[in-house]
Design a protein around this ligand. Structure first.
Ligand code: URP
Ligand code: ZN
Ligand code: ZN
Length: 470
């Protein structure tokens, strides 16, 4: 057989092994591993490079309506282009159901925005904000059967939060269908109480975002979400965990035998609440929820990565422009922290940050890096052809130069925001070539693939909820 492409002389890493091997690709699929595999139309020399499964970022927000004249900085084109340059071949954005809207309607709109515009593969998680009888009884089960096998619920944000009864009812749909529920864990009533107190005291600066969302509000909600999941008897994904107390709750639940998946993000390793107290209104650049904490909590998050509590490392890319009336500095947001849109960009810097701060420092090995950034995402979110380098899987591959040293500069990134929260951070290791389904999309840092090459992928049930058969 003549292969379409061979990646030669590299060091392949999977979630279990690191080994010297060439990789042969035909019709978008990995078809052989080994040496002297035979002729190919094209060969890429990867000597001195790591050959990794393309990153899967399972927590990103693209083109999500934010209300009040706020516009997200990335649509599917810019967001997936940025993801691609960061070494990712797939992202999982959210499809937000507005109150009164059916999930099918919401999906139709998101698919229309994404169709033909993506540089990476995509798939959607559903955000359930209006769990009516029709949504829970008919829509959600039908959508799970159609391959939308995960949904997120919020315990915070006015207009989005569900009460405990609604969360239980939504989890019950997951129990019946095998879908996976992701939970944003922060206690909204506690936050509202603190917001009121801050406003009474005239404190409206961005730093108040952190003090109105304390660790206890996240810890309590994390405990409650896992308790609700235990009552229904379903697995649960605790997303964007920021601190040691929440991690302790997760450890306890896991030790009791509960199926809990947990995720952390670069902001909880690299940023602190002090960043929100920057000069003028610059702190708005770091407003996200849960907020970044302090150095001790960063250490706790690293510990959770190192000893295996965390299963997923995602960006929670939720980009807004800073200096923009439709972004962080919108007319109300420039006057009070309450109106600064929550979220920060990071889809392009997720992998370099974890590689540099995790692998290059010796905190984690390369296998764990691959597990946290691609393999676990594929298993947990039902992407059966993705997340590893093995015969029969999609040829989604990132060739990684571990020697490249770069200083993160937003001017060199590809998202639609106007800043990076990691500006000036020095990293070692960067993706040089990114291959999507056998097509070279980025080569030596240059975009050569076409928009539309990335496609929507429907998903199977999670490996956690699925009954396995050969
Ligand atoms: O601040 C954040 N994280 N914004 C994105 C929405 C969410 O809660 O994930
Ligand atoms: Zn969230
Ligand atoms: Zn998010």
């Amino acid at each position: 057989m003549k292969f379409d492409l061979i990646i030669a002389n590299g060091t392949v890493a999977t979630a279990s092994d690191v080994f010297a091997s060439d990789v042969a690709i035909k019709d978008g699929t990995i078809v052989a591993l080994g040496r002297d595999l035979g002729p190919a139309t094209r060969t890429i020399d990867a000597a001195g490079m790591y050959v990794l499964p393309g990153g899967i970022d399972s927590h990103v927000h693209l083109a999500q309506p934010s209300g009040d004249g706020i516009v997200m900085a990335d649509d599917f084109e810019s967001g997936t282009r940025s993801a691609l340059f960061g070494g990712n071949t797939m992202v999982l954005p959210f499809c937000l159901q507005q109150k009164g809207e059916s999930l099918r309607e919401a999906l139709k709109a998101y698919h229309a925005l994404a169709e033909g515009n993506c540089y990476t593969d995509i798939s959607f998680h559903l955000i359930v904000s209006d769990p009516t009888d029709a949504v829970l009884g008919q829509e959600l089960p039908a959508l799970v059967a159609d391959g939308y096998t995960s949904f997120k619920v919020f315990m915070t944000y006015e207009g989005l939060r569900l009460n405990d009864a609604e969360i239980l009812a939504t989890m019950d749909v997951a129990r019946r269908t095998g879908a996976l529920v992701m939970v944003h864990c922060e206690n909204e009533d506690a936050i509202r109480y603190l917001v009121g107190r801050h406003e009474d005291e005239g404190e409206v600066r961005p730093r108040a975002h952190a003090t109105t969302r304390p660790i206890a509000a996240e810890r309590e909600a994390t405990h409650r979400a896992m308790s609700l999941a235990e009552i229904v008897d379903v697995p649960v994904v605790i997303v964007h965990v920021s601190n040691g107390a929440a991690i302790e709750e997760i450890r306890r639940a896991k030790a009791r035998g509960r199926k809990v998946v947990s995720e952390t993000c670069p902001q909880y390793l690299m940023l602190t609440a002090d960043d929100l107290g920057g000069m003028d209104w610059e702190g708005a650049k770091f407003v996200c929820s849960p907020p970044p904490r302090d150095a001790a909590e960063q250490d706790a998050c690293w510990n959770g990565i190192e000893e295996g509590t965390f299963d997923l490392f995602s960006s929670d890319h939720c980009p807004f422009r800073y200096d923009d009336p439709a972004g962080k500095l919108n007319p109300k947001g420039a006057r009070s922290f309450r109106h600064i849109p929550n979220g920060i960009p990071g889809v392009e810097t997720r992998l370099p940050i974890l590689f540099s701060e995790g692998v290059m420092t010796g905190r984690i090995d390369l296998q764990r890096f691959v597990a946290l950034t691609a393999t676990n995402q594929a298993k947990i979110y039902g992407l059966e052809r993705k997340g590893s380098i093995a015969v029969g899987l999609d040829a989604d591959i990132t060739i990684w130069n571990p020697e490249t040293r770069r200083t993160i500069r937003h001017a060199e990134l590809h998202d639609g925001s106007d800043y990076s929260p990691y500006e000036g951070t020095e990293v070692q290791g960067w993706p040089v070539t990114v291959i999507l389904g056998g097509t070279v999309m980025v080569e030596h840092g240059r975009l050569i693939g076409k928009k539309g090459e990335g496609r929507y992928r429907s998903r199977a049930l999670s490996s956690i909820t699925r009954r396995h058969s050969p």
